[in-house]
Design a protein around this ligand. Sequence first.
Ligand code: ATP
Ligand code: MG
Length: 137
Amino acid sequence: TERTFMAIKYDAVQRGLISEIMGRMEKKGYKLVALKMVWPTEEFAGKHYHDLKERPFFGNLVKFMSSGPAVAMVWEGPGVIKMARTIIGATDPLKSNPGTIRGDLATSVGRNVIHGSDAYSTAEEEIALWFSPSEIH
Ligand code: ATP
Ligand code: MG
């Protein structure tokens, strides 16, 4: 079965949006198969976003991601990788459609409340980075 990695970022944890965000994936019909709270180090956040190392915002991104705990999740179901990205909305919340998580809940690209894997290969990679096999049910 198809699986994807998602993380509720610290801005959303602080704002009390965990259940709001998880509820959208549950209501769509996807199955939560792994869940934990993780406070990433800068090194770990850098590994997660290693593809963006050369981007000008990389330093700020890694600092923000290591500023508090995130809620790490694995979701399972048909087409979940692409559908999670659709449910999340565009990277910049000012460009994400209303009805999407970012379109409804955020205004800042640096505080855009949730991460979702962007392809099969990154989903596999990110699940393995954040979870051990015994934590996935
Ligand atoms: P994520 O990987 O967090 O799900 P994404 O796949 O929509 O987001 P990426 O291109 O992977 O977008 O960027 C990762 C994160 O880096 C974004 O979620 C955002 O917080 C930050 N970011 C991306 N582009 C910019 C930018 N132009 N300025 C500031 N921050 C940015
Ligand atoms: Mg991304």
